[in-house]
Design a protein around this ligand. Structure first.
Ligand code: HEC
Length: 137
């Protein structure tokens, strides 16, 4: 993983009007196989590593942490960033101040991109691979 960046989040260039690119195909059994741009791919990797333990695989939520697929629909990017920065001091399952975790800080924009793709429904649950022409930093 890249060295920690001093800035909060990091920008990725993507083409098209959406902040992400997702291409999915279904095989004969109906199993979806999806490929994405680099930001979405890195966002999923960061999510799986740091967030899935509470918010569950594919961000669908658990008994003690909300589904981010639903919550992100009601959030603006800046609100998401400040939630991550602040964390939660809740009694049941406090959430870390992610601003203190360099790996999450560096990929905050990628997390937003991944969760946006999940929230719009364009990226279904499941593993993702990189698009062959995925460009990035
Ligand atoms: C230790 C468990 C835990 C981990 C790990 C965790 N969260 Fe959370 N998160 C929570 C809980 C619990 C809440 C709800 C707090 C509340 O509403 O009181 C929450 C709330 C949120 C919210 C706000 C939802 C809303 O609308 O209020 C966002 C956004 C969020 N988490 C993103 C993330 C991201 C991104 C990661 C990974 C970097 C992450 N969380 C990792 C437990 C966790």
């Amino acid at each position: 993983m890249a060295a920690a960046s001093p800035s909060w989040g990091q920008s990725y260039a993507t083409s098209g009007t959406e902040p992400y690119r997702v291409e999915c195909t279904a095989d004969a059994e109906g199993t979806m196989s999806c490929r994405t741009d680099l930001a979405t791919f890195l966002g999923k990797r960061t999510f799986d590593e740091y967030c899935a333990s509470c918010h569950a695989r594919d961000a669908l939520g658990s008994t003690f942490a909300p589904s981010l697929v639903e919550r992100v629909r009601g959030l603006k990017r800046t609100q998401f960033m400040s939630l991550l920065e602040r964390g939660y001091g809740g009694e049941a399952a406090p959430m870390t101040r992610w601003a203190d975790v360099p790996a999450v800080r560096t990929y905050a924009d990628a997390l937003w991109t991944y969760l946006s793709a999940r929230a719009t429904g364009q990226l279904p649950p499941g593993p993702v691979n990189l698009l062959p022409d995925a460009s990035g930093p």
